[in-house]
Write a protein that binds this ligand. Sequence first.
Ligand SMILES: C[S@@+](CC[C@H](N)C(=O)[O-])C[C@H]1O[C@@H](n2cnc3c(N)ncnc32)[C@H](O)[C@@H]1O
Length: 433
Amino acid sequence: MSEQAKVLALLSLINSATTDALALYTADDRDVPDLRSTVSHPLDTADDTVALKKAIRTLEGACQQLCATLAPPQHTMVGNFDWACIRVVVEHGIADILDKFPSGLYVDELAAKVGMIGSKLARVLRPLASKGCFIEVSEDVFANNRLSLHLRTSEGVAGISLVMTKQVAKGAHVLTENLAGSRYATSFDPGDAPCMQALDHKYKDTFELLRSDVRTLELSCLHFSLTIPGFPWQKYNSVVDLGSGVGSFSRPLAKRFSHMQITCHDLPEVIEEAKDIWSKDAPDAFTSGRVTLAPLNFFEQVPESGRDVYYLRYVLHDWHDPESIAILRNVREAMAPHSRLLIQDYVLRSSAPLDNQHGLDAGDIAPEPLLPNFGAGNARMYSQDLTMFFTHNARERTMIDFINLANQTGFLIVKVWDLAETCLLELEMALPK
Ligand SMILES: C[S@@+](CC[C@H](N)C(=O)[O-])C[C@H]1O[C@@H](n2cnc3c(N)ncnc32)[C@H](O)[C@@H]1O
């Protein structure tokens, strides 16, 4: 394909992905999303939008590839401080304040409410407004819009933004020193992760660091609440959520499927926090006995046995292979022949052409001339991999990595569900116990 043909093909992908996204947004008489709106679009928080995410993955990948092709090189590489501006907004509750002024607030008045100077705060808000988060309704008058609403301090997006901009960013700042430092370069110890280095080893590991800021941690969990659209949950009666955290997966599951018996296992201190949150958020499921919250160390103990589904979400990416193998062996010990193991994580892909010798694709393949991994359309996958590096000295895995883990622990991957960001790997026991 000539360079000109590639550019035109990217343009055509942008066209078709936009058409697909619009059709999904406007189905069932819904409106086209509007950046000037001050209410969320119904699909902004819907959890069954895999088709929409797939269209957006192509759209974002093609737009960025087109810009990188045609723009001056430095535009792609230099100067993005959005993360620093977002931290100011969330830590100072700027979107919460603007919520009370729907037609906008002069930046001097806004700044005075949080002990700042208007002319400086404007320089934080304007770059965000220029990208579609907040509206500058007239010069120096800012208002919330559909995007900035998600930065109100009670929102999950605000929580995860705070973890990323406050904690994870510390690790990002010392990445260069960590990669080449004599103590760190060859270490895979969680205590030598860049975040730990940046904080002079004040914390044992990132779990301890995050628990030091429980409110932010709880808030960030709100961000992850998909109950996996398309997966046939109705077929299953019992689920063990291992490394469940405070139940950001299990609570929506319990609310949606009232027949389901759910067991949540995590460390004792997390289970104590989880009890509080379950009793407020899903009191019926909690008090009826349908949900059991039981402390367990997944390296040393076997989870509740004989259940239909064992579910590990965002757990294995915290650990290297020896620890992951210990967890999987304990899960296998608990499983009955009919049990399924579900692993939800990002499955990393190379940006080079695929060489699928193992017969399992890590999700859909991008249409040419998009990079085979959808390029920037999958940016969150690589950002999450670096987050695991900064925080735990750990990593996301490729499909081959997962196949190797399965082979070493007596599992077979029987299906890969492409959820357009993460993948869900469905496994069964390879051999009878
Ligand atoms: C990244 S969080 C994922 C939480 C949850 N699965 C979710 O998707 O929201 C990893 C969880 O593993 C738990 N964890 C860490 N070490 C553990 C251990 N030894 N035994 C049990 N759980 C552990 C942490 O407390 C944390 O809740």
